[in-house]
Design a protein around this ligand. Sequence first.
Ligand code: SF4
Length: 232
Amino acid sequence: MKGERREIDPLRAKARIVHEKLIQAYGQPTWRPHLDAISEVVSTILSQNTNDGNRDRAFNQLRAAFPTWEMVRDAPVEAIAAAINPAGLAPQKAPRIKQALQFITTQRGTLDLDFLKDMPVQQAKEWLMQIKGIGPKTAAIVLLFALGRPAFPVDTHIYRVTRRLGLVDPHMSVEKAHDILEQLLDPEMYYPFHLNVIRHGREVCQARRPRCAACVLKDWCDYYCQNMALRE
Ligand code: SF4
């Protein structure tokens, strides 16, 4: 345990520097109202393998066709699939949404996830991950954004950038990366770090050609030190 602390402390310090550099570059993201927890579950299922625009169009079409989540839960899968068509993979996503809403109702007697606010975070994650189609990222999104709980979601940008930086071991699974980043960051950093690292991944640390020369993090980046510094 003592050994683990020795390894993790320098990484916590590095995570804080990265956080501060990104705040300097992009500013402190302000908390904005997010969807309620049930809507967040549905929205994140819709977001799988598509972009934000298609997800939002599908979500709005679903809400227009079925004004309440109870109506979605009780609707035929084919009708849900028709409504969410813009998100793609509708034949897979429609039953997943219906099953998620049915599961919550069966377990709780109602379509309400507010009880997760009072549960320890790890237990709340495990509760959500019983739902088919909900993994650690979706569980953390629902907890952080909809319920204001200290959970850190790791999306594809965060996974790539934090591995390049060396905050997360390059061979570590994305599931494990959730646990590690939660340990490295203070809970009040989760929300701004999440948003700023995603922005950095989209604008600078892109998957195919990271723009290292323009990167404010290069002095703290393992990838840069190992691959790029000698070329400049
Ligand atoms: S230095 Fe390059 S690889 Fe490292 S975080 Fe910046 S853009 Fe990404």
